[in-house]
Design a protein around this ligand. Structure first.
Ligand code: N01
Length: 497
């Protein structure tokens, strides 16, 4: 089952060259990032297993109207594959997906990708991982890298009567483009980043549009602006300018949002002040403003960036429903105040299971211990990239990665560079298996928990950031600290064979 361009498998680490065979699970942003770095470093014996038939992960799966990235496009790119052609400061989803498809070809990654290959099981046999796919195929790898993404498994709420609806109903990440929307009664449930973008796009299209809000969210008014053809042409011929604009956006994101989230200071109070005054200015109607005023602090939930949402909810043909949902009926949504809100189309913008990580894939490590067993009390890893008991296994965007209002691509690059450093040691014959110690992992997790109280995520709200124990599954320090912690492997934190 070798894809073209991949040498046939040599059992275990090749003792002559020491070059390990690597399996990456997932050809989304992080998997592509890892694959590109492997190629750049001359590791050619790797396979990317992708369960779908195209790369792109969340950007492939999400195609809802209004989809765009709320991290500046010049920074939401691989640092090694700048895209001077971004058409807007915040790139539309379809454009990001085209960027990943194009990058996968231009970086020579596609021959390494095995599409429609869903890994269902991976087990460490003492020397390597044995992999099983959904279609019954098997494979081996010395090093296994999970790049399975974080917002992958759509979450549809268990609302009574959900199966009785007569119209079209779908999750935002499974948009049914065959369903007409113009002039239709559309109900959107959920006011996270997704619900806000869909509402902004469908206002004036649906008639009426009903938005069901359980908890209001703070909004930062960042307008989506086009890049002129002239500026795109200028950047196309100026690689230095591309690098400069990447660094400039990186610095702004890290210095403002990176710090605001993890430590009290002017950044946090500044973001909060902008959100509060924007709400006051954009929504003059007191009753509507009261409905839109969140009970928690800005950034406690992931901050929403939109200059289009408040104008959308002010429209006469958009109805913000704040009464609780009692049940779904064949013709619409019944709220707890007894009203029936008729709908032709029902959209669940209700988020994802952000705690699934690589599950439902079953991973077995040393002594037959599964990841489900190891993570019974919640996902725990060593510095976001490795898990005790699972040798030669790495996670990209693993537990407690610095996610939130930041470029996940930059984070994946830091982690991929770190993995590469271990692979280089293997290639140099310095190790054939490595696994973080439980002590180093516990020490890291204790420090992480100790730092959580200064973060904004613990200021009293519910969000997908929180684990089952109520502790945020995020990085409580700045992205710069993440880079520092992963700058070089610390051998003392690992058992190396
Ligand atoms: O999901 P969410 P999302 N009845 O979990 C509501 C990324 N993203 O898809 O707040 C009624 O944030 C729920 O209400 P509440 C980004 O990381 C990025 O919007 O729990 N409502 C909430 O309003 C983002 O954070 C971009 O009370 C129910 C909503 O559904 C992440 O994806 C764009 C409900 C879920 O919000 C997830 O965002 C879009 C129920 N039973 C998304 N159950 C970029 O631009 C849930 N809700 C990069």
């Amino acid at each position: 089952m070798e894809p073209a361009g991949v040498s046939s498998y040599r059992e275990g680490v090749d003792m002559v060259t020491g070059t390990p065979r690597v399996a990456i699970v997932g050809a989304g942003m992080a998997g592509l990032c890892m694959a590109a770095k492997l190629r750049q470093a001359g590791f050619d014996d790797f396979v990317v297993h992708e369960r779908a038939d195209e790369v792109g992960g969340t950007w492939r799966d999400n195609t809802y109207p209004g989809l765009s990235c709320d991290v500046p496009a010049r920074f939401y790119s691989f640092s090694f594959a700048p895209n001077p052609g971004w058409t807007r400061n915040f790139a539309p989803g379809a454009e990001i997906q085209r960027y990943f498809v194009r990058s996968s070809a231009e970086l020579g990654l596609r021959p390494h990708i095995r599409f429609r290959s869903a890994i269902t099981e991976a087990g460490w046999d003492g020397r390597r991982y044995r992999l099983h796919t959904a279609d019954g195929a098997t494979d081996h790898a010395d090093v296994l890298i999970a790049a399975t993404g974080i917002l992958r498994e759509p979450k549809t709420p268990d609302i009574p009567g959900i199966g009785t609806f007569d119209g079209a109903a779908f999750h935002s990440a499974r948009w049914d483009h065959s369903v007409p929307l113009r002039g239709k009664k559309v109900a959107v449930i959920g006011t996270g980043s997704t619900g806000v973008q869909i509402t902004s796009a469908l206002a004036g299209v649906a008639a009426p549009l009903k938005l069901f809000q359980r908890t209001p969210q703070w909004i930062l008014p960042l307008p989506r602006l086009p890049y002129s053809a002239a500026s795109r042409a200028a950047l196309a011929n100026a690689p230095k300018l591309n690098r400069l604009s990447y660094r400039a956006y990186q610095t702004i994101m890290e210095q403002i949002f990176g710090k605001a989230a993890v430590e009290p200071g002017w950044q946090r109070s500044g973001v909060a002040a902008v959100c509060r005054s924007y709400l006051r200015m954009a929504i003059p109607d007191r009753r509507l403003r009261a409905k839109l005023t969140p009970p928690d602090d800005p950034m406690c939930k992931r901050l929403i960036m939109s200059a289009a949402f408040y104008p959308a909810v002010r429209r006469d043909d958009v109805d913000l429903v704040t009464a609780g949902i009692e049940r779904i009926e064949p013709t619409g949504i019944r709220t707890t105040d007894g009203r029936l809100h008729e709908a032709d189309v029902l959209v669940f913008a209700t988020g994802f299971d952000a705690h699934a990580f690589l599950r439902p894939m079953e991973l077995t490590g040393e002594d037959g211990r599964t990841l489900d067993e190891a993570w019974r009390d919640g996902p725990r890893g060593y510095r976001t990239v490795a898990v005790p008991g699972f040798p030669n296994f790495f996670t990209l965007i693993g537990p407690h990665s610095p996610i939130g209002n930041h470029s996940l691509i930059a984070i994946a690059e830091t982690q991929a560079d770190y993995v590469l450093r271990w692979l280089e040691r293997m290639r140099a014959g310095e190790a054939s298996s490595i696994v973080p110690t439980a002590e180093a992992t516990d020490e890291f997790n204790a420090a992480l928990r100790g730092a959580m109280p200064s973060t904004v995520w613990t200021t009293g709200c519910d969000s997908w950031y929180l684990g089952a124990d109520g502790v945020p599954e995020l990085w409580p320090w700045t992205p710069a600290v993440h880079r520092d912690m992963l700058a070089e492997p610390v051998p003392a934190h690992f058992r190396i064979a």
